[in-house]
Design a protein around this ligand. Structure first.
Ligand SMILES: O=P(O)(O)O[C@@H]1C[C@H](O)[C@@H](CO)O1
Ligand code: HPA
Length: 296
């Protein structure tokens, strides 16, 4: 059996059906917490949670061994200001060695749980010279670098029950949700550190060289990271609405004279410093998102 067929429709459905027997929450919003941003999941009330290494069942999809520091490794159901939500408190990355179809499997499980809107967060290095550490970048587009080399989560046989063979990505990041984020951000007084831009995903885990940062910037990327785009592709393929943001946790090093060095501790530290504002932005957005039970 090939890797991708092991993470197919039936696996997702079995996992989602089992999860729905364990909780009364019927989530319409699915949130993915980036590095150091797991506090988003802690905001949920009346939590029911599942560790990613469950012992209680043959939950094929969730049998991951999660090792990344800064990612808790739980799927959390609950309500956010009264709205039913599910949260990935920790995600999977290419650099952990998982097949890309496995990394994105939880997003398909979101779909089968009834989620209509996915909100994806990440930590990223700022390439745009106008960005400062601590800025929140609303993602308007992405550059899927692994995809250029054929590592796309939709590679392999297409299951039409999820979506079409050749999904459009020019509208991946929902315009209305981006506007909502801007409006909410302005209301909350975040105007000074709320930006919009293009996210570029690389495979990691090594941070970028100076030459790599320079070329990514020239290509039109405003921030660079190691996640998100794969999840977004899968979410759009199966018709969910997507909002995504990057917390600019560090400045990408673009200058040979610079003494700065990217490091994961700085990433987590910046996450802590901005956690409260980020949580307020996301939770306020959740209360204002309209659902029609059939968004496509
Ligand atoms: O899960 P995200 O994309 O937020 O995590 C970023 C990329 C690496 O996992 C880590 C590097 O510090 O943060
Ligand atoms: O500078 C970075 N590069 C790649 N991924 C990241 N995640 C946080 N910061 C970075």
């Amino acid at each position: 059996m090939s890797e991708c067929s092991r993470f197919g429709y039936e696996d997702c459905k079995a996992t989602a059906d089992w999860l729905l027997t364990q909780t009364d929450v019927r989530p319409l919003v699915g949130i993915v917490c980036g590095s150091g941003l797991g506090g988003l999941a802690d905001m949920l009330k009346d939590q029911v949670f599942f560790n990613y290494i469950p012992s209680e069942s043959s939950l094929t999809g969730l049998c991951f061994c999660l090792a990344v520091h800064g990612h808790a490794g739980r799927l959390v159901f609950g309500t956010l200001k009264g709205r039913p939500c599910v949260c990935m408190q920790g995600r999977f990355h290419l650099y952990e060695g998982y097949p890309i179809q496995k990394i994105t499997l939880p997003i398909r499980i979101f779909k089968m749980l009834g989620v209509e809107t996915v909100m994806v967060t990440n930590a990223a290095g700022g390439l745009n010279q106008d960005f400062k550490v601590g800025d929140i970048m609303i993602i308007k587009d992405h550059i899927n670098m692994p995809g250029f080399a054929g590592n796309n989560p939709l590679a392999g046989p297409n299951d039409e029950r999820f979506g079409v063979r050749f999904p459009c990505m020019s509208d991946a990041y929902d315009r209305e949700l981006r506007q909502l984020a801007m409006d909410v951000g302005q209301e909350l007084g975040y105007g000074d550190f709320l930006k919009e831009g293009v996210y570029c995903v690389l495979g990691g885990p090594s941070f970028e060289t100076i030459a790599e940062c320079r070329i990514l910037h020239r290509l039109g990327a405003d921030a660079v990271g190691m996640s998100t785009a794969h999840e977004v592709i899968i979410a759009r393929h199966c018709g969910m609405r997507v909002f995504a943001l990057s917390l600019i946790t560090n400045q990408a090093v673009m200058d040979y004279e610079s003494e700065m060095k990217a490091n994961h501790e700085e990433v987590l530290q910046t996450g802590k410093q901005r956690a409260e504002q980020l949580e307020r932005l996301v939770s306020t957005m959740v209360t204002r998102i309209e659902h029609n039970n059939n968004y496509a």
